[in-house]
Design a protein around this ligand. Sequence first.
Ligand SMILES: N[C@@H](CCC(=O)N[C@@H](CS)C(=O)NCC(=O)O)C(=O)O
Length: 256
Amino acid sequence: MPLPDEQIYPHATGAAEALVAKHQEPQPLVFYAGWFCPYVQRAWIALEEKGIPYQYKEVNPYKKEAHFLAINPKGLVPALEYGGHALYESLIICEFFEDAFPAHTPHLLPTDPVQRARARMAIDQISKTLVPTFQRLLPAADPEAQRTAREAAYSALRAFAAGIKGPWYLGEEFSLVDVAIAPWIVRDYIITENRGYKRAEVGAAWEAYAGRLEKRESVVNTSSLREHMAPIYGRYLRDEAQSEAARAIREGRAIP
Ligand SMILES: N[C@@H](CCC(=O)N[C@@H](CS)C(=O)NCC(=O)O)C(=O)O
């Protein structure tokens, strides 16, 4: 069975390719990214929203090359090098941008402690329920497994959507909650085309929110062409993917 890295298009395409071209100069912050990765897109959206200078470096995380393992021993993208330190984990990286670049606005977390905690609760919901249901729906092949996985996704999404204040999740201000879910909204056409998922089934508020989010400039500019995504997601749809995430789902473990 071929390894996923043999099928991964080597670089970003479309709007994301143009953005990569603008971020080749050396900078104190080096962003190790894989153009196809939803976790990478989170950090990338946050960088773009805040206008933080960065150097983009493309990595194929499936190759587990020594130079990259020295930065992230888990061998996962996204990762950062900053001031001689290596940092990784998409949500932690996004919060790091808030802490390390306070002069760069907009701030993506509310300053009020209660609102800040609420934002983190919604992000926790994304990590613990929304992303796993998306990952479980992808390999569900037979109609019954698909129906069960789809209903689980709808129910998790409805619970999340009940909290949408509009236009963004927390209200008027675009926040880390929107950043954390946007990459899966950009990719939900995969489950629409292959697994019978419909945004409208979640509800009107979700459909409107998803439509707004996928048109946000930072989201559009960090997205590559769909045609290059197909070989990667094809492996998940056929349940052949050998990524850490795919193995974890198969074995019933938490996603790394
Ligand atoms: N929890 C990590 C997950 C990152 C992750 O799974 N990245 C994938 C690409 S989308 C990866 O590097 N996979 C390499 C592998 O599974 O070996 C985060 O939030 O940054």
